[in-house]
Design a protein around this ligand. Structure first.
Ligand code: ADP
Ligand code: MG
Length: 301
C-alpha cells in the first residue's frame, strides 16, 4: 500500500515508528508536512499539491495533526477524504476531539461516565457554576489547552471564582470540573485501535502535582484494565468516531470517568511503558480498513 503520514516532523518518535512499522510490512510510507500541502478545491478532480507537484494517490493517510494547526490540518485531511483516500481518523472526528466541551457533550449524550462539568460565558453565573459541580476543590480548564497547560486546580470557592474571572477577562473559553481527588494525581491512558484497547498505561503526576501529563514530569507504568475501564475507553472512541486515539480515564469512586480523547496520541510513552508494538497495530488496522471511499464522511461536515 501507499501510505502518507501527515506530520510536521519526520524525526518525531511517533512519525518514525509508524514509517518504520509500515515499511517493515512492505508498504511505501511517505511523511508529508501538513502545512506544506496546498489544495485545489475548485477542480472537478480534487487534488493535493506538495512542493510544486500534484501528490500521487495514497491508499491511506495517517493524520498526526498538532493542536496548534488543527484548523489547517483538518482541512488537508478533509481534502484527502474528498479524493476518496482512507484516513485513519476523519477530519470531523479530529475537530470534535480538539474541543473539550464539544467532546464532553457528545460523550454525555451517549452516557459515557464523565466528571461533573460546567461551562458558562457570563461572569454573573460564576458562583452557581462552581456550586453546581460540587464546589471547591474544582479544576478549571482552558477549552483548547493541551499537555496540562491551562489546567488549574482551585482549592477554595474564592480561588475558583478569581481564576474563572481572570480567564473570562481574557475572553478564554473555559470549563469548570469536579476535582477527582481519589485519582491521586494519576490517570490511565488507553490506546485504542479500531474497537480495541491495544495498550494501556497508568500515568502518575510528579510529587505534589495533580496533573499526570508526561510533559509535566509524570511517569508511566503498565496497568491492567478492569472490564469497565476497557469498555469505557472503547465506547468513548466510538462516540467520538476515532479509530486510533488515546482515551484518558480517571479512576473515580463512581467508576471510570473519561477526561479527554486525544486524536493524535503519542507512541513513545505507551510503547516504552507497555513494551508493545503499537505502530504495527496501527498498520494492521490500515491494511484491514483502507479501501477507496471507505471514509464515513467523505469530507462532509
Ligand atoms: P490536557 O489536555 O492539557 O492534557 P487534561 O484535561 O487531560 O488536559 O488535564 C491534565 C491532567 O490534569 C490530567 O491528565 C489529570 O491528571 C489532571 N486532571 C484533569 N482534570 C481533572 C479532574 N477533573 N480531576 C482530577 N484530575 C484532573
Ligand atoms: Mg490530557
Amino acid at each position: 500500500m501507499k501510505i502518507a503520514i501527515l506530520s510536521r516532523n519526520p524525526r518525531l518518535y511517533s512519525t518514525r515508528r509508524l514509517k518504520e512499522a509500515g515499511e517493515a510490512r512492505g508498504h511505501q510510507v511517505d511523511v508529508i508536512d501538513t502545512l506544506h500541502c496546498y489544495m485545489d478545491i475548485t477542480k472537478s478532480r480534487p487534488t493535493v499539491r506538495y512542493k510544486g507537484k500534484e501528490l500521487e494517490y495514497y491508499d491511506a493517510v495517517i493524520p498526526r495533526i498538532g493542536a496548534s494547526i488543527t484548523f489547517y490540518g483538518t482541512s488537508v485531511v478533509r481534502q484527502f477524504e474528498v479524493m476518496g483516500t482512507f484516513s485513519v481518523n476523519e477530519s470531523v472526528a479530529i475537530s470534535r476531539s480538539r474541543d473539550k466541551l464539544r467532546s464532553l457533550q457528545l460523550l454525555s449524550r451517549k452516557g459515557v461516565g464523565l466528571p461533573r462539568t460546567g461551562f458558562a460565558n457570563r461572569p454573573d453565573n460564576i458562583k452557581d457554576l462552581i456550586k453546581n459541580v460540587g464546589g471547591a476543590p474544582v479544576v478549571i480548564k482552558l477549552l483548547e489547552g493541551t499537555q496540562g497547560i491551562g489546567v488549574v486546580l482551585a482549592d477554595t470557592d474564592k480561588a475558583a471564582e478569581s481564576i474563572v474571572e481572570a480567564f473570562m477577562g481574557l475572553n478564554a473559553n473555559i470549563l469548570v470540573q469536579e476535582f477527582i481527588k481519589e485519582a491521586g494525581g494519576a490517570d490511565i491512558r488507553c490506546f485504542v485501535v479500531g474497537n480495541k484497547v491495544v495498550a494501556a498505561m497508568k500515568r502518575q503526576g510528579a510529587e505534589g502535582e495533580f496533573r499526570s501529563n508526561l510533559h509535566r514530569g509524570g511517569s508511566a507504568t503498565l496497568v491492567r484494565l478492569t472490564k469497565e475501564e476497557r469498555a469505557t475507553a472503547v465506547n468513548a472512541a466510538k462516540v467520538m468516531g476515532l479509530n486510533v486515539c488515546g482515551v484518558d480515564i480517571l479512576q473515580s469512586k463512581n467508576g471510570p470517568v473519561v477526561m479527554e480523547v486525544n486524536s493524535s496520541p503519542g507512541l513513545e510513552g505507551i510503547e516504552v511503558a507497555t513494551n508493545k508494538d503499537v505502530a504495527t497495530m496501527v498498520m494492521e488496522f490500515i491494511e484491514t480498513n483502507a479501501k477507496p471511499n471507505n471514509t464515513r464522511t467523505r469530507g462532509q461536515g
